[in-house]
Design a protein around this ligand. Structure first.
Ligand code: DX5
Ligand code: ZN
Length: 227
């Protein structure tokens, strides 16, 4: 990973009539990961795409010099385990799930790791993070939702910043290298405050795909992060 900060564009806001081209375009524009929002119309009130779409898009997730771009799967599905395995087979690199969507969180984590993927836990805005005391050592990524999951284009919930700070402290205390990713309402204007709270990976859907020039949004985000 060459960038200290990871930008993970969410294809939820891409043009679905040309998803393959959109992925290539956003990778060319400098995306570090591709964020893949999986919704089941059960855990969240919306329905998106499944492992077959991931498998179809996987061959396109490479830079022009043939470096793989990790597929960052965010499962908003319940139950978790079967669909997580299907995504591992379909080429996901990181798979994150919501702990309240699994009866046996430790087992779900182990199953994703055994399938060869990195694993993350996702926390909704009103959800406590106590479970991290039990499982943080097992994780590669913690994803803090800064909107309620289900839709793109919502506004960042300000109280997430305090939660990000708390999670960052837990990560530091545990001493492992764990990504702290934030998802929802991230824009050029607020990305720096989210980084200052401790995040190192940023999901952005509408902020990137809602503009014509993806490269200029991504480079403005990077400039805000380092400036
Ligand atoms: C919401 C999804 C997000 C969404 C973010 O449930 O998890 O990844 O695409 O969209 P924006 O960046 O538009 O808030
Ligand atoms: Zn997401």
């Amino acid at each position: 990973m060459t960038n200290k900060f990871i930008i993970s564009p969410s294809i939820l806001s891409a043009d679905f009539t040309q998803l393959g081209a959109e992925i290539q375009k956003v990778i060319h524009a400098g995306a570090d990961w591709i964020h893949f929002d999986v919704m089941d119309n059960h855990y969240v009130p919306n329905l998106t795409f499944g492992p077959m779409i991931c498998q179809a898009l996987k061959p396109l997730a490479y830079t022009s010099d043939k470096k793989p771009v990790p597929i960052d799967v965010h499962l908003m599905v319940e139950p978790v385990d079967a669909i997580a395995q299907a995504f591992a087979v379909a080429g996901a690199d990181l798979i994150s799930f919501h702990p309240d969507a699994s009866h046996h969180v430790h087992r779900s984590i182990q199953a994703i790791k055994s399938a060869g993927c990195k694993v993350g836990l996702v926390f909704n805005p009103a959800q406590p993070i106590d479970i991290l005391n039990e499982v943080i050592d097992e994780l590669d990524l913690i994803l803090i939702m800064s909107v309620n999951p289900g839709f793109g284009g919502q506004s960042f919930i300000g109280s997430s910043l305090k939660k990000i700070e708390r999670v960052k402290k837990l990560i530091q205390a545990c001493g492992k290298s764990i990504h702290l990713e934030v998802d929802g309402g991230i824009k050029v204007e607020n990305i720096r405050s989210v980084a200052d709270a401790g995040a190192d990976a940023f999901v952005a859907g509408s902020a990137i795909f809602g503009q014509k020039n993806y490269a200029s949004v991504i480079s403005d985000m990077r400039a805000a992060l380092v400036g």
